[in-house]
Write a protein of this length. Structure first.
Length: 300
């Protein structure tokens, strides 16, 4: 493989992903489970080198641009938040990180903060910048489903406001650590159960706690299947997220950024509300965003 021009890194809480970039695009990619949650501060550089050493050469400095939790207060080196409203990225605000290995020139992308109501993001700002490269002139809302789903209002190339929902984390906790776990073992999916629960949660979100325990009760006395229980739990949680985010998506152009399967689920949920959402792959948006971050914007 030819040596890369630069290396793009997406470093989250649970995973580390790197892409060797050449003049024609991605030359190679690699991933590990060395996320922020598994590393002490002195473990970041070794973790990065374990992944990208094959792409480095003696006596040659390679530029690395990274986004995500690597720049958090608990990460390798803190990259202070930028305050909205602002563009998702600003190449002048990238933070240079001292490294022991002279082959590395590492810079981190800052996250974004919203003072009222208080909210923060790290990593999503890079995907938003990449999405704007794919959809120039887009005015509307980006939804980034995941552990902590983001709803982001964008206008004139700036992030105006955003809102976070802990939907993915709640699903994980409830399905694996709560009393509901007993009825969630197994695979499968019941689409009608998902749609019914979604509609119920959007129309009456205040009933969530009662609807959740009903999953346990129906498993005990009515033989509710694991496929139906998991689909209903997903529908309930996405439903209350959509109810809370209604001011973001109602009457707006919406684009989804994330994993294909999860984005498809959100697309179906939005379609039930009359919203046709576009879907963009997370990795491609991340790479496009990091490419924008490393290149200063030239004024016309």
């Amino acid at each position: 493989m030819a040596l890369p021009t630069w290396i793009a890194v997406d470093w989250g809480t649970t995973h580390l992903r790197a892409y060797a970039i050449g003049p024609e695009g991605v030359l190679a990619d690699a991933a590990s489970e060395d996320g922020m949650g598994q590393l002490a501060r002195d473990g970041y550089e070794p973790a990065l080198l374990r992944l990208i050493s094959p792409w480095l050469a003696p006596g040659r400095v390679t530029e690395v641009v990274a986004c995500g939790m690597v720049g958090s207060r608990q990460g390798w080196f803190e990259a202070p938040y930028r305050t909205v409203p602002c563009t998702p990225l600003d190449s002048a605000s990238l933070v240079t990180v001292p490294t022991r290995d002279a082959r590395l020139k590492l810079r981190l992308v800052p996250g974004l903060r919203q003072d009222s109501p208080a909210d923060v993001m790290r990593g999503e700002e890079t995907q938003i910048a990449g999405a704007l490269a794919v959809l120039p002139g887009f005015d509307g809302v980006f939804c980034l489903p995941g552990t902590h789903s983001k709803w982001v209002q964008v206008s004139a190339g700036e992030v105006v406001s955003f809102q976070t929902a802990m939907t993915g984390e709640l699903f994980s906790l409830l399905s694996s650590q709560s009393v509901l776990r007993h009825g969630m073992q197994g695979d499968g999916w019941d689409e009608q159960s998902f749609r019914n629960a979604l509609s119920d949660a959007i129309s009456r979100p205040e009933r969530l706690a009662a609807r959740l325990f009903a999953l346990r009760a129906e498993g005990l006395i009515a033989g509710l299947s694991a496929a139906s229980a998991r689909a209903r739990l997903s529908g309930l949680l996405i439903g209350i997220e959509l109810a809370a985010a209604r001011p973001y998506w109602l009457g707006q152009s919406v684009a989804l950024i994330g994993a294909e399967g999860l984005c498809a689920t959100y697309a179906r949920a939005l379609a039930a509300q009359g919203i046709a959402a576009r879907q963009l792959p997370a990795a491609a948006c991340t790479i496009a965003g990091l490419s924008r971050a490393r290149t200063p914007k030239v004024s016309a």
